[in-house]
Design a protein around this ligand. Structure first.
Ligand SMILES: Nc1ncnc2c1ncn2[C@@H]1O[C@H](COP(=O)(O)OP(=O)(O)O)[C@@H](O)[C@H]1O
Ligand SMILES: [Mg+2]
Length: 386
């Protein structure tokens, strides 16, 4: 991306067959901070633009070979976002009008007054910048729109899933109670020598564990929807959170798991460390979810990078892995409740759904970029205190 400084610099290609004229104009515009490249004719100009594009062109109309109007047409065809200022012969307004029709920004007649040319260049430069800003804004709006669509779908799925969770909680309670009741009975002395008693005990224990697992899932579901009902985070829970310290805490919790798989975890943080205005505990839960997923997706020898970034308005935590990646067709589904590609008992498909709910509640965004066999990056963007 072009940064602010490069964007502010006015860069121009000056096309004219008269070398002396070019030299004078280049020197005098150079004094005003304009960066100038030169070409002696239409063909040379097009070659130069191909090699190192600039958005602003000052073009003499009367040149041997390909004339200015023809060159203008070719430039506009190849670089529709560029702006061209034509230099016409004295009292030859016809060329100028024809040029405007062909898409020139404006025309000046020779002899050129430098101050005048400079003002025109600034105007054209501003026009280019404005349209660049508009394009960025449109892209931003499009991204927000897509995120809204995802958010709406997730909310609808959440509502449905909560209904299911409520319905399942009741029978789960009955299963658990009944299993407990059977365990109590089996513990009585008269059952002491019941055949295969140990097997029954084991089976009941398994029922207990399975019920607990199912309960955890339904509880997580209800928790996410709970967080979504109150859309804004509770201000009382928000504090300034040192992200470096928080990420370090997350790493210490998952280190063991990573070491077992021979995966390196590295933390990249600017100095001073970014401070977010957020609730640290749920955020830690999100980080653990993301890093756990990353560990599960990455083979031995891989690496997970936790990178922090800060700007004036927001802070970012990126969790990047060198793992298996996510196929394009799954990218739109991974935040849905119960979407998992892991085997039974391995994944519940709740991690990202819960994480999404938490980050949204905290007024942040969570996004993903992934390439199959290359790796995946999840990025959390959070507000700073204002
Ligand atoms: N870092 C990652 N690399 C590759 N796939 C991932 C990654 N994180 C998440 N996924 C995919 O998204 C799915 C959903 O993740 P999650 O909601 O945490 O549920 P679970 O981990 O229980 O499957 C995973 O099953 C996996 O297919
Ligand atoms: Mg997970």
């Amino acid at each position: 991306m072009v940064d602010e400084a490069t964007e502010n610099l006015i860069r121009v290609l000056l096309v004219d067959d008269e070398k002396d004229f070019r030299t004078v104009v280049a020197k005098r515009l150079g004094l005003r901070g304009v960066s100038i490249a030169e070409a002696a004719g239409g063909e040379e100009a097009l070659r130069q633009l191909d090699a190192s594009p600039v958005d602003l062109i000052v073009l003499d109309v009367k040149m041997p070979g390909m004339d200015g109007i023809e060159t203008l047409g070719r430039i506009k065809e190849r670089f529709p976002n560029s702006e061209v200022i034509l230099l016409t012969g004295h009292a030859n307004a016809r060329d100028g009008v024809e040029g405007i029709k062909a898409g020139a920004f404006d025309y000046l007649s020779k002899p050129v007054e430098i101050e005048h040319l400079y003002r025109k260049l600034v105007q054209a430069h501003n026009k280019i910048r404005r349209s660049l800003d508009e394009k960025r804004e449109a892209a931003f709006r499009e991204r927000i729109k897509q995120q809204m669509v995802v958010a709406e779908r997730l909310a609808a799925l959440g509502t449905m899933a909560t209904g299911v969770a409520h319905e399942i909680n009741n029978p789960l309670a009955i299963v658990q109670e009944s299993a407990g009741w059977m365990q109590q009975i089996l513990a009585k002395p008269e059952f002491g020598d019941m055949p295969r008693k140990a097997d029954f005990d084991k089976a009941l224990e398994r029922i207990h564990r399975a019920v607990q697992r199912a309960r955890r899932i339904t509880q997580q579901l209800l928790q996410v929807v709970q967080t979504q009902i109150t859309e804004m985070p509770d201000p009382a829970t928000l504090t300034e959170v040192d992200l470096h310290a928080l990420v370090q805490e997350c790493i210490s919790l998952v280190e063991q798991q990573a070491r077992l798989k021979q995966i390196d975890i590295v933390l990249e943080s600017p100095d001073p460390p970014p401070i977010a205005w957020t609730d640290p505990y749920p955020l830690l839960q999100v980080l653990i979810n993301l890093v756990t997923n990353a560990i599960q997706a990455t083979d031995a020898g891989g690496r997970i990078t936790l990178a922090l970034r800060a700007s004036v308005e927001q802070v970012q935590i990126a969790v990047q892995d060198t793992g298996c990646g996510i196929p394009q067709s799954d990218l739109s589904k991974i935040f849905e409740p119960f979407f998992t590609t892991k085997g039974v008992g391995q994944g519940t498909g709740m991690g990202l759904y819960v994480s999404w709910g938490i980050v949204t509640k905290l007024g942040g965004l969570i996004t993903v970029e992934s390439q199959v066999n290359r790796g995946t990056t999840f990025t959390i963007t959070l507000p700073v205190k204002n």
